[in-house]
Design a protein around this ligand. Structure first.
Ligand SMILES: CC(C)(COP(=O)(O)OP(=O)(O)OC[C@H]1O[C@@H](n2cnc3c(N)ncnc32)[C@H](O)[C@@H]1OP(=O)(O)O)[C@@H](O)C(=O)NCCC(=O)NCCS
Length: 125
């Protein structure tokens, strides 16, 4: 006997962001700038990569992709409310704080970087 299971998934939003990695060259040693975009956990992650520009650009692109998915513009307060964390396999995921907390049920994030560019994509379910 066959059973057919239908899973209905509604996509509530999506966002993508492509960033030229060298945009961050002038900011990499500027801890004030980094702290205005990234929280302590994210800065610890960046430190572990030895301040990799690829990683910084990827994290930044992830935040912008999320903002596109929720159709909001960039401001520094909101950037700190979007935390990019990593699981035990190093796969990135989003934790929301303050005004964004508990607003979105399921968020999928993917980041990639190669050559001159970093890219991130967010899908909201
Ligand atoms: C996932 C994987 C294929 C990515 O390959 P890659 O071509 O080097 O990745 P890209 O350069 O396109 O993207 C890098 C980004 O992918 C993301 N990423 C890393 N590991 C990931 C994973 N397991 N799943 C999803 N995304 C991952 C990160 O955001 C990373 O950025 P960062 O290094 O700046 O944090 C590769 O890292 C891999 O095979 N990892 C296996 C890790 C694993 O399972 N480890 C188990 C024990 S720790």
């Amino acid at each position: 006997m066959f059973y057919v299971i239908i899973i209905w998934v509604t996509i509530m939003g999506n966002g993508i962001d492509l960033i030229k990695i060298n945009r961050f060259e002038k900011y990499v040693n500027n801890i004030k700038f980094l702290k205005s975009i990234f929280n302590e956990n994210e800065i610890n992650y960046i430190e572990k990569t030895n301040y990799s520009l690829n990683t910084i650009a990827g994290l930044y692109a992830a935040k912008e992709a999320f903002l596109k998915a929720i159709k909001k513009g960039i401001n520094h307060h909101i950037m700190l409310d979007i935390e990019i964390s990593h699981d035990s396999n190093n796969a990135p995921f989003i934790i929301l704080h303050n005004s964004l907390k508990d607003k979105y049920k399921k968020i999928s994030l993917s980041i990639s970087h190669d050559g001159e560019y970093a890219i991130a994509m967010v899908v909201l379910f």
